[in-house]
Design a binder for this molecule. Structure first.
Ligand SMILES: Cc1cc2nc3c(=O)[nH]c(=O)nc-3n(C[C@H](O)[C@H](O)[C@H](O)COP(=O)(O)OP(=O)(O)OC[C@H]3O[C@@H](n4cnc5c(N)ncnc54)[C@H](O)[C@@H]3O)c2cc1C
Length: 390
């Protein structure tokens, strides 16, 4: 077993860190957090350096590396700034779906555009009545002659208000069979007739990443707009979620590291009762625990990323590792950031220290890409099936 990172991945880490340290200004981050604005300029700049999706081949606009390199970019960006890091790397949310299941025509029409930073995209699964459970959907796709007609509402969709296009998971007719066996994905342009987006303002955190509701009213599509295979939509979504969960775990690690760095520095400088507060075991042991949570999160997340890059690993194990990494790293980040705030005392509670923004930005990591409770369901579900032994 070798725990060292490949020199190529270390190089990606350095490029990502240099980029974030050069461009992620605190003033800009605070402004876009307050105004709920997407950083288009930095999305384009990061895309020019192939940092938006390092795991996708260069010919489609990716970095040509692997999922581990992608995880490291998420970590580095979020270590420097959670608001900017998360928003920029979500600008191409759903691009992996097009890479995994798209035709060459779809890849050249859509994938390159978003990975070059010229288009923002979304991936829409959630509906008002179907969140954790998307085995059945209310957004319907009907075949009418040569065409498809879709009707329905998707909610909480990241980037919907600013996107050029996105991927939508729909329900086909299932005639008494299990509905999830009859789902289908389409790529839909936002300016397509019958598509309406309502922005959803007032989020707690990750406010530079706009979210919206999308209404599909008699939207007419063709076979060319199908992503992957009709009937396989649900299974395609499950495969995609493994990658999203590793990204969410990596965002969490970056945010936790950011909080740790600040807390360690503050504890080493802040004097109370004539000593720096790091001299008190109640404080130093918090830092020790934070370090343990972060290190364990890294190991689990790197293993999950490695498994996604490895064709020899079974798909059940990829799902298992990704769910464990996502749950552990996101729950740990929340604990680490809370401890960092405690170490900052009253100062941590105000915007000046940025810990409160980290706390807000990290909270949703335990909800989207599958909640922590659903991660536990997946983990125990895989164990109950008996294929995976600890
Ligand atoms: C900021 C933000 C951005 C998002 N971006 C996107 C996006 O881009 N695309 C997209 O499709 N969706 C997106 N979502 C939606 C997100 O994936 C869902 O919110 C999430 O999957 C949970 O669904 P829900 O909100 O309907 O909660 P519910 O599914 O209603 O769950 C409510 C509670 O019940 C618990 N629960 C549900 N079922 C079980 C169970 N079987 N066992 C134990 N507990 C259970 C949940 O864990 C949760 O605590 C986003 C959400 C947010 C907040």
């Amino acid at each position: 077993m070798d725990f060292s990172l490949d020199p190529m991945v270390e190089l990606v880490r350095k490029v990502a860190r240099d980029f974030a340290e050069t461009y992620f200004e605190e003033g800009l981050a605070r402004k876009i957090d307050e105004k709920e604005e997407f950083p288009f300029d930095l999305f384009k700049k990061a895309a020019n350096l192939r940092l938006v999706r390092p795991s996708i081949p260069v010919e489609y606009g990716g970095g040509g590396f692997n999922m581990l390199a992608e995880a490291i970019v998420h970590e580095e960006f979020n270590r420097v700034d959670s608001t900017l890091g998360q928003a920029i790397l979500s600008g191409a949310f759903g691009s992996k779906l097009i890479y995994l299941f798209g035709t060459e025509k779809q890849k050249s029409k859509y994938l390159r555009k978003t990975l070059n930073g010229d288009a923002v995209m979304y991936a829409a699964f959630t509906e008002p009545d179907h969140g954790s459970d998307i085995t059945r959907l209310s957004t319907k796709a009907f075949r009418v002659g040569e065409k498809w007609i879709i009707n329905g509402v998707k909610t909480f969709i990241t980037n919907a208000p600013i996107a050029d296009f996105g991927v939508v998971l729909c329900q086909m007719e299932y005639n008494g069979d299990k509905p999830h066996r009859h789902q289908i994905m389409f790529i839909v342009d936002n300016d397509h007739q019958g598509v309406k987006v309502n922005p959803m303002k007032g989020k707690l955190g990750q406010r530079a990443s706009p979210v919206g509701e999308i209404i599909f009213d008699q939207v007419e599509l063709s076979d060319e707009d199908i992503l992957g295979m009709a009937g396989r939509g649900f299974y395609q979504a499950l495969e995609f979620f493994n990658y999203g969960r590793v990204r969410a775990a990596s965002n969490a690690i970056g945010m936790a590291l950011n909080a740790f760095d600040h807390a360690f520095k503050y504890a080493s400088e802040r004097i109370q009762f004539d000593k720096t507060i790091i001299e008190y075991q109640a404080v130093s042991h918090k830092l020790a625990l934070m370090a343990q949570l972060i290190e364990a999160s890294k190991l689990l997340t790197y293993r999950a990323a490695w498994s996604l890059d490895n064709k020899k690993i079974d798909k059940e194990l990829k799902t298992f590792y990704s769910a464990i990494a996502k749950r552990y790293a996101t729950e740990s980040a929340w604990k680490v950031i809370d401890m960092a705030l405690q170490i900052h005392g009253g100062y941590g509670y105000f915007k000046d220290m940025n810990i409160e923004r980290l706390l807000r930005d990290s909270r949703v990591l335990r909800i989207y890409e599958g909640t922590s409770e659903i991660m536990n369901e997946i983990i125990v579900g895989e164990l109950k099936r008996g294929d995976i032994k600890l």
